[in-house]
Design a protein. Structure first.
Length: 423
């Protein structure tokens, strides 16, 4: 019997409902009582990993937490030595997050394994579900720590970075049960990888506008992140005349508006100052130091780099005019990445087989697939989200769309099995 016949497609909502219930469970695991915040290598991450590990074991997966804290469940192939198809996404979140960005991809992957397990026969390739430990970069300002470990792109210099409480990354990894000295051992052999596929909420409005439940990602936009500090002079709010001040916050504010101005002028550019800290921080003290985060994105890498250079020069000019010095540090940079055209076409065929139009769209958000693309061909399926809202507790998906995503991935897997058997 061909493998394809072992797949049964369903419009049943039971699996989708379980995925959403599990998103609710993970959504309640937070570092903060009233909002969802789950940073890399924290007790909340440990609890999330424990919940997902339990669900993985229930469906016959062999589970391990790797040296950096990724949770990996493996569902063996029917024969040893077969390649591995990696599915997954991340379990860390931004601050005051929604509950689907990341976990949806992990839990849809898990539901697919659950279906396979219920059907019985193993596939000719192994399936792994990766729940990455850090994609957002909230704790150490450098994202993709989890997937970087798998591709060998983890930079050991990052181990000395400190979080806002002064905890070094190496220390956080050790406390989480990992081994900072052994992260390089997580590096995977590209020859053993079949592909990496990630399901993710769209985080934008396109699918909703088109009336489509899912879409296929064509490219993932490149991004650069910088930490910028304006250093002026703290002083008395009542005694220092306005023309003698070196107010670091005013410099940072002027720079922030310059960021917005440039991004509004340049087509295709998006740029954001998302974090701002002011010191010493008292109502009657002129700010002596203002540090901010800068996030710059464009599909065209050269245009993005040009924008970063322009903004660097703008910061220096603003500082010079105000007698405020500027410290500028590039924290990370990733180029625009293309998803595999062949896998994208296979996803499109799966969507069309279920009776939907297959729309291909770029991703403005970064994803673990960016890093994984250096290891294996990557594919991403986007799921419509309400109002295109994300990085916000109002993130929402409907059950029917999750069910379509599951059925699309099921069909895609079936087709992958057929083509694998032909090779
Ligand atoms: C990930 O969420 C990103 O910031 O692109
Ligand atoms: Mn995100
Ligand atoms: Mn994400």
């Amino acid at each position: 019997m061909p493998d394809y016949e072992t797949f049964v497609f369903t419009t049943d909502l039971t699996d989708a409902q379980r995925v959403r219930e599990r998103c609710d469970v993970l959504g309640a695991i937070s570092e903060e009582p009233d909002r969802l915040t789950r940073r890399f290598a924290t007790p909340a991450m440990r609890a999330a990993n424990a919940a997902v590990a339990g669900w993985m074991r229930d469906v016959g997966m062999v589970v391990r937490q790797d040296g950096i804290g990724n949770l990996i469940g493996r569902y063996e192939a029917r024969e040893a030595g077969a390649k591995t198809l990696l599915l997954g996404s991340h379990l860390d979140t931004v601050r005051d997050a929604g509950k689907y960005d990341g976990p949806l991809g992990v839990l849809v992957a898990l539901a697919l394994v659950e279906r396979l397990h219920a059907r019985g026969p193993r596939l000719p390739f192994a399936l792994e579900v990766a729940a990455f430990a850090d994609e957002e970069g909230l704790r150490y300002h450098t994202s993709y720590l989890g997937s970087r470990a798998l591709t060998g792109a983890f930079d050991p210099r990052d181990l000395s970075r400190e979080d806002e409480d002064g905890v070094a990354m190496a220390e956080a990894i050790r406390a989480f049960g990992g081994d900072p000295a052994a992260i390089d051992r997580e590096r995977r052999d590209p020859g053993a990888m079949l592909a990496y596929c990630e399901v993710h909420i769209e985080q934008g409005p396109v699918l909703e506008q088109r009336g489509l439940p899912v879409g296929v990602v064509s490219v993932i936009m490149g991004q650069g992140r910088c930490d910028v500090a304006f250093v002026g002079q703290a002083g008395h709010a009542g005694t220092v005349p306005m023309d003698l001040r070196h107010d670091a916050l005013c410099a940072a504010a002027e720079f922030t508006l310059a960021v917005e101005g440039l991004a509004r002028r340049e087509a295709g550019l998006v740029a954001t100052v998302g974090q701002l800290a002011v010191g010493p921080g008292a109502s009657n003290v002129i700010p002596g130091r203002a540090t901010l985060s800068l996030d710059v994105r464009h599909l065209d890498d050269a245009a993005r780099q040009e924008a970063c250079l322009f903004l660097h020069n703008a910061a220096v000019d603003i500082g010079a005019r105000r007698g405020v010095s500027v410290e500028w540090r590039l924290v990370q940079e990733s180029a625009t990445v293309s998803c595999s055209p062949a896998l994208g076409a296979a996803l499109s065929r799966a969507i069309e087989a279920l009776g939907y139009a297959a729309l291909s769209l770029p991703s403005g958000a970064g994803h673990d697939a960016v890093v994984m693309s250096t290891l294996a061909p990557v594919a991403m399926l986007f799921v419509r989200c309400k109002g295109g809202v994300s990085h916000n507790p109002a993130e929402a998906v409907i059950m029917e769309d999750v069910a379509v995503a599951l059925d699309v991935m099921d069909t895609f897997l079936a087709n992958l099995v057929d083509s694998y058997n032909l090779v």
